[in-house]
Design a binder for this molecule. Sequence first.
Ligand SMILES: Cc1cc2nc3c(=O)[nH]c(=O)nc-3n(C[C@H](O)[C@H](O)[C@H](O)COP(=O)(O)OP(=O)(O)OC[C@H]3O[C@@H](n4cnc5c(N)ncnc54)[C@H](O)[C@@H]3O)c2cc1C
Length: 341
Amino acid sequence: MQKLRSKGFEGLKEEIIDKNLCSYCGACTSFCEHLKLEPGSPVLIEDCSLDKEGVLKCSENGTCYDVCPQTETDVEGLEQMFLDSGGTKDELFGVYKKLIAGKTTIKGQDGGVVTSMLLAGMENDLFDCAIVAQRVGGYNAVPTIAENVEAIKEAKGTKYVQCPMVSKIGEAVKRGHRRIAIVGTSCEIRAVRKIQSVLLKEVPQIELTAIGLFCFECFYHDKFVSKMRELFGIELTAASKIQIAKGVCTVTVNGKSYNTKISHLEEMVVESCCYCDDVTARLADVSVGSVGSAEGYCTVIVRSERGERLLNLIEFTGGDVDKDEISRIVRYKKKKVKDKR
Ligand SMILES: Cc1cc2nc3c(=O)[nH]c(=O)nc-3n(C[C@H](O)[C@H](O)[C@H](O)COP(=O)(O)OP(=O)(O)OC[C@H]3O[C@@H](n4cnc5c(N)ncnc54)[C@H](O)[C@@H]3O)c2cc1C
């Protein structure tokens, strides 16, 4: 068998970071002491072990390269490894056991399903912490290890900006957590599965529950802030809610809504999102979004037994799902990505 070339950080830099394809999920830095996540991208702070003679290597290619969601990924293999083999497979949005719409009593971004599942998972001992995105500094977001229900509640709501969620898995393990839930967009969930299949495959005591968020694209924080100033003269710091639905971005400040078509915000879109056609986080245990459901409801795609167990813990009011609407948006995104390439 041909030996794989060791790529390590050098390969990651050349193929992903320097080409502006890094999604800033933080997977590469999560378990590696040689790397640090600087604003905007990961950097090498010391020589990586791949370059040294006679030392234990982290992996054949360098773990940072192997777990990156932007390097080549065997999505079908990961689906087989982590999702329900008995589930139906939809060509556009992947493996699923159940597709439902739901609204809970939690006032989340949409139907509050994600926060409700996180709370129920903690209360019922399915996991002992959850990696969530906390709003900071106006409208920025940082990943946080929530170790109690209060921290989960504080992190509800969508922040449409990059947030390196996966960087926190290593820290959660170091803090002694063994059953960890993580919320993330498609690329982040892809990284979670790669971490599980590469790094954690010999560590069955570490269980990860992956809650995926539908994601068409996400924004650079600073560009978002200046665009809103330019368009409406508003500060995102003061925004009580930002909602993107049906091609329109609505920012609410002091009870007043400011709307703009999403097509007017193209220059704020994170470059790596332009090459990602996974709108529904197809590798998650359970994926949640708003597309396909009525306002105030979530669309929920259950993809594994773990996801089903979690959904079964919460109470919600059901609604209708428009499967065609989800298919349409996935098809549209796939075309956009194809045209870009
Ligand atoms: C960048 C982005 C783009 C999205 N685009 C779409 C879309 O195009 N179509 C669609 O249907 N849905 C999209 N969503 C998902 C949608 O906005 C809701 O998050 C989802 O419907 C869940 O609603 P909820 O009421 O259950 O959420 P809540 O109960 O309010 O919980 C939301 C959870 O998401 C976490 N979170 C917030 N921001 C981030 C982030 N940046 N990265 C990781 N975790 C985060 C929070 O910490 C919280 O745990 C997007 C989400 C994000 C983060």
